[in-house]
Design a protein around this ligand. Structure first.
Ligand code: PLP
Length: 400
């Protein structure tokens, strides 16, 4: 039996993937730095021995430095073996109890917070804004007041659109209303400056494999010590992701409750050390320079962006797909040049593609990306789309 178009192209895609070094222009996973690649293969240790305790404390200390926490005694960070969602699920299952929690969303990842909270918290409220549009701060304040909301959770960098939601202004509103503020920083930590103290953030989550620059598989939660202590009073709703248990294990035993993915901890420690050596602010400036180069280059190619540049994060650009281009074909042709980009999700499916600039991508790589994108777009402008031809063939067959 013959393969259909998508199967054939998928096979071709897979063989391209296995033969060359990919340049991951995605919002994560990333091309890890050589030092991180080496770190993952460090010597074997037992996680119930002092070696691991030193590793865990070193990671915690570095995470607190990354978040520029001045009063180190007031904050703690716990590391979870699991991707970014596990840190979000740990917070949302462990912090709310019977309180009224509002999820504010303007994209896919805000809606995922809602999906998690609906499972654990019967008093979940939702204030939804259109995907790719700014949050209305006055509307949020009004909603919180009218519904006597006690906890608010939202995404910092809404990766589905590339929108960076404001922490400062919302943090100050929630502080004045005495509302607990929870933030998903999965795709912004390690890139954007995030000040937990100044922005009244009780807990935030992030993951190892995005702007932090390591392998997928670890996530972490940073929070105020006083907030962690309060969790003791809340009955557990999960075993594996119980946030209080993580806090108790790190404070009492310098351990994780269950078996940690030790090699990933080595890699996380190395990437955090790399960020701190470079300086968090220098790193942010370097990422922004790369993002601006990509944006300038893509604008020159006649492409348009989904949101205004001043609302974008420093790690990602969401680009509208030109009308003559099919995103699958664009991705395939770029993959042939070893470049990997993202497709749009949800209502942005087939409408946008996404170009990240995190991980070990050099200025030469960015240049190569822009030249390749130009060639691919030119070839697609000349050639009628393969997808369109295949669709026509299929329609012709179906008409018999
Ligand atoms: C903002 C945000 N939150 C949560 C997640 C989920 O993270 P993971 O897929 O690592 O579980 C992602 C993933 O892209 C994200 O971008």
């Amino acid at each position: 039996m013959g393969l259909d178009w998508s199967q054939k192209n998928m096979n071709e895609f897979i063989s391209i993937q296995s033969s060359k070094r990919n340049l991951l222009f995605t919002p994560g996973p990333v091309n890890v730095e050589e030092s991180v690649r080496k770190a993952i293969a460090r010597e074997d240790i037992c996680h119930r021995e002092k070696d691991f305790e030193r590793l865990l404390l070193s990671i915690e200390n570095k995470i607190l430095q990354l978040f520029e926490i001045k009063q180190k005694d007031n904050y703690r960070a716990v590391v979870i073996t699991g991707s970014g969602t596990s840190a979000n699920e740990s917070i949302l299952s462990s912090v709310v109890g019977d309180k009224k929690l509002l999820i504010v969303s303007n994209g896919e990842f805000g809606e995922r917070l809602l999906e998690i909270s609906n499972i654990y918290n019967k008093n979940t409220f939702h204030l939804s804004f259109p995907w790719g549009e700014l949050l209305d701060e006055r509307a949020i304040e009004k909603y919180v007041l009218e519904n006597k909301i006690e906890v608010v959770a939202m995404v910092h960098h809404e990766t589905s659109s590339g929108m960076l939601n404001p922490l400062k202004s919302l943090g100050s509103i929630f502080k004045s209303l005495n509302v607990k503020f929870i933030v998903d920083c999965v795709s912004s930590a390690g890139a954007e400056p995030i000040n937990l103290e100044a922005n009244h953030i009780a807990f935030c989550s992030s993951s190892s494999s995005k702007a932090i620059g390591s392998y997928p598989g670890l996530s972490f939660v940073v929070g105020k010590k006083s907030e962690f202590e309060e969790l003791k009073k809340i009955p557990a709703k999960t075993v594996y992701l119980n946030l209080y248990k993580f806090y108790r294990f790190i404070t009492e035993f310098t351990q994780t409750p269950n078996t940690p993915a030790v090699p990933l901890f080595y890699a996380l420690e190395q990437t955090l050390a790399n960020i701190l050596i470079e300086g968090a602010l220098n790193r942010y400036n370097s990422l922004l320079t790369k993002a601006n180069l990509l944006r300038k280059g893509m604008t020159t190619l006649g492409l348009h962006f989904l949101i205004a540049q001043q609302n974008m994060c420093s790690i990602l650009t969401t680009v509208k797909i030109p009308s003559h281009v099919a995103v699958k074909e664009l991705r395939l042709l770029l993959a042939k040049k070893s470049i990997i980009i993202y497709e749009g999700k949800g209502c942005f499916k087939n409408k946008v593609f996404q170009v990240g600039n995190i991980g070990d991508l050099s200025f030469e790589d960015i240049n190569y990306f822009l030249i390749s994108l130009k060639e691919v777009l030119q070839s697609l402008a000349i050639k009628p789309s393969i997808v369109k031809i295949e669709n026509k063939k299929r329609d012709l067959l179906l008409s018999y």
